[in-house]
Design a protein around this ligand. Structure first.
Ligand code: HEM
Length: 387
């Protein structure tokens, strides 16, 4: 297998990883990323196949599971029940409960709220240059997911702190401090949710947590630990990727002069500069992919953002073209783990960006935006703009 070496946090790579993806994908569909010690699927076809192949999955094979050091136990106690890290039958049961609660009716009903919240945030934009991430992209998704779940939106800032501390665990080169902070956040977040759940048991409401509690109380469908992890997963997964898609997307729209927020535009934003570039799969049984053989215990990196720039799937892939025919991109993953929140994320992007460009026709970049030098999220550190 061909090999490449590239630090995932090298500032030059992080600012624009796409030329590297192209160079590597041109050598082969699957290439060994030395820095990670892992084979990485680079082409659209191999990424889609790997995401959907039932001989691979997110859960680590039992014989490879390492004992968790004490200081990380609280964090992994939560992860142990996360559908994103599990396979059938448990994955099917957990995901089924969420899908039952996460109905299209409930999502569609959020449309007017997303619209009103977008306008409320725009009303408060300051006069001079300001950071659009802080003023718009960050508050919107977390308030919406808080309302959907049924936790007080005044707690949004605290939820963001816990969530950021927990998702930091996925970054390359994490430190002991990051591990300690993630475990602390896991404990505090759990205690907070235990109180919320106790209160909702007494006074259920028309929200996702109450629906999940009903499922958990009515039988063996969801135990208390699974209920807590599922709420944390939805809160964590439900905002940061959306924040960065709003940020990256607005930057692209401002740079390319596109203003018409159609469904095609939203899909192109997701394809062109997604917030999550790599999701891995564990191999469970012998499988051949892209002309390479893999065996149980191997891991394959699915390079979502590289797949989206594959010229065999998208002609002129480096051109941002909202009119290109809609074709399923890989930004929400695929197979049984395909993002549960995709319909909500798409709705948020469409409504929020339309409101933004409608209300701020002179929106312009005020300082060159920089991406954060991390690889678990591809997102801007700030987006300074003027209206
Ligand atoms: C633009 C925003 C978003 C992006 C780019 C995104 C992307 C992803 C990706 C790549 C995966 C992994 C799929 C795989 O491994 O095949 C995923 C899974 C997931 N996402 Fe999202 N997501 C977004 C928004 C959301 C929102 C708003 C929610 C919840 C409200 C959410 C909840 C989840 C959950 C629960 C999973 C795990 C699904 C499973 O394992 O079955 N995501 N997402």
């Amino acid at each position: 297998m061909k090999r490449f070496d590239q630090s995932p946090t090298d500032p030059q790579f992080v600012q624009n990883p796409y030329p590297t993806y192209k160079q590597v994908r041109d050598t082969d569909e699957i290439v060994w990323w030395g820095t990670y010690g892992m084979a990485c699927a680079m082409s659209y076809d191999t990424v889609r196949l790997a995401l959907r192949d039932k001989r691979m999955g997110r859960e680590q094979p039992a014989e490879l599971v390492q004992p968790v050091p004490d200081h990380m136990k609280p964090f992994y106690a939560i992860e142990a029940h996360s559908m994103l890290e599990l396979e059938p039958p448990v994955h099917t049961r957990l995901r089924g409960q969420v899908l039952r609660a996460f109905t299209s009716r409930r999502i569609a009903a959020l449309g007017p709220e997303i619209e009103a919240l977008s306008h409320h945030l725009i009303d408060q934009f300051p006069e001079g240059p300001f950071d659009l991430l802080d003023a718009f992209a960050k508050p919107l998704p977390v308030i919406i997911i808080a309302r959907l779940l049924g936790v007080p939106e005044e707690d949004a800032d605290q939820l963001l702190i816990w969530s950021n501390a927990m998702v930091a665990m996925y970054q390359a080169g994490r430190t002991r401090q990051i591990e300690d902070d993630a475990s602390r956040a896991a404990l505090d977040f759990t205690a907070y949710l235990q109180d919320v759940i106790a209160a909702k048991r007494k006074a259920p409401a028309d929200d996702l947590i109450s629906t999940l509690i009903a499922a958990s109380d009515s039988g063996e469908k969801l135990n208390e630990n699974e209920l807590i992890t599922t709420c944390i997963l939805l809160l964590n997964a439900g905002h940061e990727a959306t924040v960065h898609t709003i940020g990256n997307g607005t930057k692209t729209l401002l740079e390319t002069g596109h203003r018409d927020i159609t469904d095609g535009c939203v899909e192109e934003i997701l394809r062109f500069d997604p917030p999550l570039h790599m999701f891995t799969r564990h191999v469970y049984e012998d499988v051949s992919l892209g002309g390479h053989d893999f065996k149980r215990g191997d891991q394959i990196g699915c390079m979502l953002a590289a797949a989206n720039r594959d010229p065999l799937a998208y002609p002129d892939p480096d051109v941002f073209d909202p009119t290109r025919p809609i074709k399923q991109n890989t930004s929400f993953g695929g197979g049984i783990h395909f993002c549960v929140g995709a319909p909500l994320a798409r709705l948020e992007l469409k409504i929020a960006l339309a409101a933004l460009f409608d209300r701020c026709p002179n929106l312009a970049i005020a300082a060159p935006p920089q991406y954060g030098n991390v690889y678990h999220f591809h997102g801007l550190t700030a987006l300074q703009v003027t209206t």
